[in-house]
Each structure stands twice: as C-alpha cells, then as structure tokens.
Design a protein around this ligand. Structure first.
Ligand code: ADP
Length: 330
C-alpha cells in the first residue's frame, strides 16, 4: 500500500490528534504517502475543491497537535455516507486521490462506515475514539480518561460548595449508551449514589434512601452522579431528580449538567499513549494489506477484530466497581 487516507468522524474526543499524528508518522516512516480527509466521511462523499477536503500530510503537518483537544481534521456526521451510493462515491474519491486504504478514527457509527468502505474495495482500519467508552470490543476508547479527569475536577468543585452549604449536588455526566463516565467519576468523587441506565437497582429512590441513611450516620453533604443514559431512559432530568431528593429528604439540592465541557481539553497522558499505540498498529495492519478491522485494548494489550465481529459484541458495566462504590461511599 503506497497511499493511505485518515479521517476523524462522529463525536470528537481528546486524543484524536495524537492518533492522527501516530498514523501519519508511522505511515511516512514506512514510505507511504498520507492524505488527511477533512470533516469525516464528508471529505469523501462531497469533496469541495479537492484542496480543501483532502490534503497531503507531512511529518511537520502533525507537529504541535498532540497536546490539543478536538481534531485537526475536523469531524462531522455525514448521513450521505450511509446509503450504498454514498459509500460508492467515497470509493471513487479514494481512487481519484490514489488512496488505497483509510484509517477511520471515531465511534461505532464510524466503524460501520469503515466496514462499508472496506466491503466496497477500500480497506479500512478503525480506531475507537469516544469519551463515553461505549464500545464493547475495546476496554478503552480514546478520550475517556481526559473526560473522566475533566468531570472529576468539576465535581470536586461542586463538592466544595455542596459541603459549605450542607447540600446535595446532583451531577449529570455524559454517556448516553454507557454509564462508564458516571461509575468512574462517582467512585473518584465519593458519590453517595451513582445512577446509570445499566444498573436497575440504582434508582432515584435508592439514592434517596442512601442519603437518609448516610445522613443518620453524620454525613452532611451529598454527591449524586447520574449518567445521561439514566435520565434519557427514564425521561427525567437532573433538575427533577434534585427536586425529588429535596422534597423527600429535606436536603437542599442543586442540579448541574456538565455537558460538552467534558469533550474538550488537553488530552491526558493515557489518551495520548493509547492513541499513539492504536495509530501505530492501524498502519501496521494496513501495510500488511489487512482491512475491515478495528483495533482495541484488552488488559493493556492491543487487539484487533473484524469490524462486524466487533459491532456484535455486548458490553456490561463493571459490577465490581459498583460494589466498591456502594461499600466505600458511606
Ligand atoms: P460515532 O462514530 O461517534 O458513533 P455516528 O454514529 O454519528 O458517530 O457515526 C458517524 C458517521 O459514520 C455517520 O455520520 C456516517 O457518516 C457514518 N455511518 C454511521 N452509520 C453508518 C452506516 N450504517 N453505514 C455507513 N456509514 C455510517
């Protein structure tokens, strides 16, 4: 393979730049040419003047990006790429630009795009990047650690004010399809209760009971961490939960939705290192003429699966982490 393309797609995640850098430099070291494809699959389906959508990347094109959140290639959703005509248009754009394989960095929607492009004759390797850690085929997705640290620092600040006023702070964190951010930040911030869509035993009533019992034990302020998936599944919001807690326990309660602030910021060391490892491996696979695969992390080793196999996997929240949270948050 002489020329590869690289794109970022779907939601952005801190560490995507580190993956772009690793892919670019590994490929250049192997003597390949690297083309950056801009704005996700849009760069393939509806290229503007081709100088705007697809640009050659050199060693220095990816200097000084490692420490930046977001993605230098921009990212987008591209509904035009979902039907087969869109994918074929993408194949044609690849041919016109000499692109023989593509590294796709994104979530599992982006994996589907990579699979379809592979099936139409342009081998792709997908790299999991999403702050939610919601991809079953990998123990870790690029951006997760940075988002956790951002959420943790913000919840620590909320604790200061909750503590000063003897309040309860209800904090909604991101994670529509996975409660990982809630579970991990909940443990790290000493949450009294952690509510996720995956664990049915942890309800608002459960949180209220824990507030009451820990209050009897001398606790004066409370953090309740709620995942986005929990509020979406129950058609409630953090404000409603705070009101319910206040009405039932008498503890003054405030709600905060952390939102998109969790998606930005300087990637942590973990995100930079994992992104570099994924990027390096993705290029190795393409140079071995492999495609239609996704890389991942399993117990700190790099693994790879066929994309369809990866998409069929199921993910569960770590029950033991829940048990730990329950045991030590009194
Ligand atoms: P993420 O990759 O973060 O999960 P999306 O689910 O929005 O984000 O997917 C990102 C992009 O991947 C979509 O906008 C589309 O271009 C492409 N994509 C998603 N699903 C498919 C599919 N079934 N077939 C082809 N491309 C897809």
């Amino acid at each position: 393979m002489k020329t590869i393309g690289i794109l970022t797609s779907g939601g952005d995640a801190p560490g995507m730049n580190a993956a772009i850098r690793a892919v670019t430099r590994t490929a250049l070291q192997k003597g390949m040419t690297v083309k950056g494809i801009y704005k996700g699959f849009n760069g393939l389906v509806k290229p503007t003047k081709d100088s705007e959508s697809i640009k050659s990347l050199e060693i220095r094109s990816v200097s000084d990006i490692m420490q930046k959140g977001g993605t230098m290639l921009f990212t987008a959703r591209c509904p035009e790429f979902v039907p087969i005509e869109g994918v074929r248009k993408g194949v044609q754009t690849c041919k016109e630009n000499g692109i023989e394989g593509v590294v796709v960095i994104g979530g599992d929607g982006s994996f589907r795009g990579a699979r379809d492009l592979s099936n139409e004759g342009v081998p792709c390797i997908a790299i999991p990047a999403t702050i939610d850690n919601d991809i079953p085929s990998t123990g870790y997705t690029i951006g997760f650690d940075t988002a956790l640290n951002t959420a943790m620092e913000l919840i620590d600040k909320l604790r200061d004010t909750a503590q000063s006023h003897d309040r309860c702070s209800v904090v909604e964190v991101m994670g529509r399809r996975a409660g990982d951010i809630a579970l991990h930040t909940g443990i790290a911030c000493g949450a009294t209760s952690i509510l996720t869509a995956e664990n049915d035993s942890y309800t608002v009533e459960h949180a209220i009971n824990r507030i009451k019992s820990t209050k009897t034990g001398g606790k004066h302020h409370f953090i309740i961490v709620v995942s986005e998936g929990f509020t979406a599944a129950r058609h409630i919001d953090a404000n409603m939960i705070a009101k319910q807690i206040q009405d039932d326990t008498g503890v003054e309660s405030r709600a905060t939705i952390l939102g998109h602030v969790q998606r930005g910021g300087t990637p942590t060391l973990r995100d930079r290192v994992v992104a570099s490892r994924f990027g390096y491996r993705a290029v190795e696979l393409l140079s071995e003429s492999k495609g239609n695969m996704v890389v991942g992390l399993n117990r700190n080793s790099i693994v790879e699966y066929e994309i369809n196999e990866a998409l069929e996997m199921k993910k569960n929240l770590d029950e033991e982490l829940y048990k730990i949270a329950e045991t030590i948050s009194f």
